[in-house]
Every structure is written in C-alpha cells, then in structure tokens.
Design a protein around this ligand. Structure first.
Ligand code: DGL
Length: 272
C-alpha cells in the first residue's frame, strides 16, 4: 500500500522551509508541495481572525493541488488557528505540540524559554502543552517581532552584529531565569540558531519544531500505509504569493540546496 500524493506544507513565507528540510531528511522519497505566503508575511503581528482566514486559504490552495496531508509549518498558525484542521478532508499537523513535547523531554531544571511571534506568545499555546506534560515547569516566553523581517531580508549570519544584539535583547528574560531549554517557536528562527546560541551558550538546548514534526508525520504515514514507496527521491514544488526571485535566493540557503526556476511559481491566492 502506498499513497503517491504529495505532502502539503505552508507558512507565511520562508520559515516553513526549515520544516521542509527536516521532512526531506526523514522522508526523502515523499513529494512536497510548499506554499509560502510571501505577499502577506508576516502573520505574527496580525489578529487571530486574519491569521485564521489566511491559514484556511493556504490550506485550500494545497488541497486544490491534491495533497494527502497538510502541515502548518508556522508557529503562529499552529498557535492560534490549528482548529482549521478539523474541517479539512486530509490529516492536518501543527508544529507547536511537537516542539513542546521535545522540550519537556530535554529539560533538566524544568525552566523552559519560548520565543515566538506576538500572536504565538499571546496564545500561550506552548505553555499550555508544556504544563499538560510537566505541571511544575516554569515557562518564560518572549515575542520577537523583529526576527521574521531579519530572516526575510536575508540577515541571519551568526556573527551579524544586528542579529546578535537583537537576540540579546529578546533573550534577556530567558537567560535571567536560567532556562536550560529554549523553544524556537517560530519556524523562521532556526535560521538564527547560530546567533541565538552565541547568546545563550552551549549548555542551553535549542528546540526546533521541524525535527519532531517530521518524525511524527513519518510515523503517521507508516501507521496509515500512506507512504510514497514509488520512488527514491521525491519531487518538491514551491509556490509563493509574491517575489519568487527573492524567495528563491534565500530559500536555497535555508534548504541547503539550490531551487531551480521551474520548481517555483507565483500564484494569486485571492483568485483560487
Ligand atoms: N514562520 C512563522 C511562524 O512560525 C512566521 C511568522 C510570521 O509570519 O510572522 O510563526
């Protein structure tokens, strides 16, 4: 038994590619269709109603492309709009619960930091999941509004002074509280890992949602006989709602491989 349809992944922009990277590491034979809503990024500063509407439209686009499963590779959508998954005709995965579970497995002192967008931190979703596993955990959260524009602009070098100074300011409450584990609660943030690590030091573990989500999806496909066993290397297609060229340049860095012109297309999400 196998299912040759692609896995659908969406995010507000480039960040979800950090999840795609992990999906292709764990499931190299799966086809992936990615939608990055580059015309409407960022989501994290918007109201829950708008985020929910955008997320629903993004999922609709993927469904029209006949995907077998949808991943909201976006901490913001996962925090405030994961209920959109209930009405979809295909299985839906968010990224927050998986990251929270990993953090609970890793922490030794029960002090967990959470970095995310304003909407994500406002939702307190990570804290909710963490407390359901470790009721006595101390969760220190901070919203990092400037991180997403830095990444979308291509400013993420480990030693870029602007990135390091920004990271220092956002991480202060978390380092002051001596958290031993920090969740990168937005899928854009793994790109800033080097700079964040230089601020928190080697003893603090950084948790990315991509790895644990990819493992959960792999297990789900296996259990439900939905794996694609028909090829060795899956095909990836990328769709964006604006600026395909700037997406392409930075995307190659995030994915660690070149994206060809014919792999990326611009779509008008409002006309679907
Ligand atoms: N990658 C999204 C997230 O994980 C992006 C946030 C945004 O668009 O503000 O939250």
């Amino acid at each position: 038994m196998f299912d040759k349809r692609a896995i659908g992944v969406f995010d507000s922009g480039l960040g979800g590619l950090t999840v795609v990277k992990e999906l292709s590491r764990y499931m190299p034979s799966e086809d992936i269709i990615y939608f990055g809503d580059t015309g409407r990024v960022p989501y994290g500063t918007r109201s829950n109603e708008i985020i929910r509407r955008y997320a629903r439209e993004d999922a609709e686009f993927l469904l029209k492309n006949n995907v077998k499963l949808i991943i909201a590779a976006c901490g913001t959508v996962s925090s405030v709009a994961s209920d959109i998954g209930v009405d979809l005709d295909v299985p839906f995965f968010e990224v927050v619960s998986h990251a929270a579970k990993s953090a609970c497995n890793v922490t030794k002192n029960g002090k967990i930091g959470v970095l995310g967008t304003s909407a994500t931190i406002r939702s307190q979703k990570h804290a909710e999941y963490i407390k359901s596993i470790l009721p006595d955990a101390q969760v220190v959260s901070n919203s990092c509004t400037v991180f997403v524009p830095l990444v979308e602009e291509g400013w993420y070098a480990d030693d870029d002074p602007i990135v390091v100074e920004t990271a220092k300011r956002y991480l202060k409450p978390i380092t002051d509280a001596e958290c031993d584990t920090v969740i990168l609660g937005c899928t854009h943030y793994p790109v800033l890992k080097g700079a964040i690590k230089s601020v928190v030091g080697d003893k603090v573990t950084l948790i990315e949602a991509g790895t644990s989500t990819a493992i959960a999806v792999k297990e789900f496909l296996k259990e439900n006989s939905m794996e694609n066993e028909s090829c060795n290397v899956g095909k990836h297609s990328y769709f964006v709602s604006d600026r395909p060229n700037s997406f392409k340049n930075i995307a190659s860095v995030l994915l660690g491989k070149k994206i060809d012109d014919d792999e990326i297309k611009q779509v008008d999400i409002s006309k679907l």
